[in-house]
Design a protein around this ligand. Sequence first.
Ligand SMILES: [Zn+2]
Length: 673
Amino acid sequence: MKTNWHDKMNFGMHFDLHANKTDTELGAKITHENLKRALSIIDPDWIQCDCKGHPGMTAWETTFGTMAPGVIKDAMRVHADVCKELGIPLGMHYSGVWDTAAIAKHPDWEVLGPDGKVYGNAMNSVCPFSPYYDELMIPQMIELIDKYDVDGFWIDGDCWGVQLCYCDKCKSSFKEKYGIEAPVRETGEAFNWHVNNYKENTAEFDEDWYNWTEFHRQLFLANVQKYTDAVHARKETCLVISNWLYTYGCPIEETVTTDYISGDLSPVLGLKSAALEGHFLTSRIKDWDLMVWAFLNDSKDMTGWTAKNITHLNQECAYIAACGGAVMIYETPHRNGLLTDWHCEDYRKIGKFIKERAKISRHTESVPQIAVLHNPKDFFTEASESAFKIDINHPSHHKGTGAIQLLLENHYHFDIVMPSMLKGKYNDYELIIINDQYLFDAEFVKDIEDYVKAGGKVLISGVNATRTFSNLLGVEGKGLYEENFFVQSLDEVTAFRPLCRQVEVNTAKVFRYVMDQQIIDEDETSVPAITFNDFGKGKVAGVYFNIFSQYSNLLYPRVRDLVKEIIDGLDCNFMISDIVAPSYVHFILREKDNKIIVNLMNTGSVSSSLARPSMVEHVPTVSEIKFKIKLDKKPSYVEIAPSQININDCYKDGYLNITVNNLDVLESVVIYK
Ligand SMILES: [Zn+2]
């Protein structure tokens, strides 16, 4: 078996420049000595440097493409030599589908929009049938291996750079395969598609559109496989990844033989992005890392970038480590190749902090507790006019981000899974949550019914999803409630936006009714908002509106309490109970061999409320966290890591009673059974 050096990596640095036609001093100031000094300060496990960004101009003298006019010195030679000397692997940042220079040279390689003209947006993507791969990308990759003996390729601008191509070749191939013309969709049409097409008795599905995007996904994957094979054939140990492939925004089966999964997180919403991806990638077969941007801005445009501070970066990096991934930091060097000294000093501190923590959870497994659904058909139907969608702010992500926030803030641990990932694993989970999705095949609907019959617990939410599972929920649909409404949460009431599906209960019991105002026992309508139903040996909760999608931007604490009430009502047998901790402390559970790891991840941030700052300045220390873990017998050893505080004397009557004091960012309770 070939060696995958990435398996041993915990902390890496990524340097990219996107060399372009305005550059005048590329590599001018880089020397063997100053790069070696900078890397010795940071002490990364591996690095990636720029060789070709989206402008398509190379930082090295290439036989095949367009070298950037401003290359003064071969910075890649310096990187290759220094990495060899320091014994650290060197990966290449190389832009894939998006290559502006290639398209300038070969205008017929560019994708065409529905009107038969180029899209004319910021991206210059190649048509999947163009000779780009054979004539440029693969020859350049081979050239890089031969010339610099590189250890990996991190292919940027790849799945997320795919634009649907309406050239004659793409359209005719699609028609040949599917027997229909290529459909056209207006930008932004997707999100409201489900609601606009709501029918009580049928699950409407835009099959033509799904097939058109699937056609492009398959063409893209074939090209990824082609360049991956070419690289592996030239140098077996040279690893290949396609940026964002197989992440949450790319929920497809792992068919291509890339070597691991990687993605660069949202620069401004890095923590949210890490939480979403970390809880999804853990269910993938391939190993993974995530890359944190070392800088941010106010999101308004592409200017005003400033370096994140250590506190901010520690928090984002720690989340990735807690979920079992390797961590990368993305830094931009100066155009002349110099790195900024004080940045390097910061990365050294962050690297030390992360390496200590990453080794605790790397190559461990998530403890199955709750499965949150990520259904490719729903996702790709809502992904606007794209074949893939990685934008965490896009409405197609809200059902996922809303669900993870609601669960994490209630201290539940979960995995985000595609239906295919549940095959053979249903009974590992205490609870399955079907969050506002409904385009499931009959086999999945039956599997869920069988799971509940055998004693499983399911929470089904959403206007459409509750229709797909009416039988399981013990209700019958009666149309839609289209006003703003309220629902009781504990002894108070919280607000929601339309729509709510109107149902009549058959075997179900109503837990909460839709309220038209906020006085409890006075303003309830006759429309059920939340129900419970016993089914076989199991139990099902139905929430007849999109509670998870709405929460993504609402973040109303009473909605969080309401979801806890619903999950409590399902009587699940979770490993951890009696938790006393602030809502911003997430519990991330891992296991391996005879070890259970409870990662306590502090996602808090304290600042003035005058405005919402994008920089995390101060993470509030949590003075005390308490919880119980059910265990059959007294464990052999319990400690808090990495600080190595022994807490052995906490087992009593079948439970570990754990107290953790003074949590800063991430500490792990490690239990050796
Ligand atoms: Zn095409």
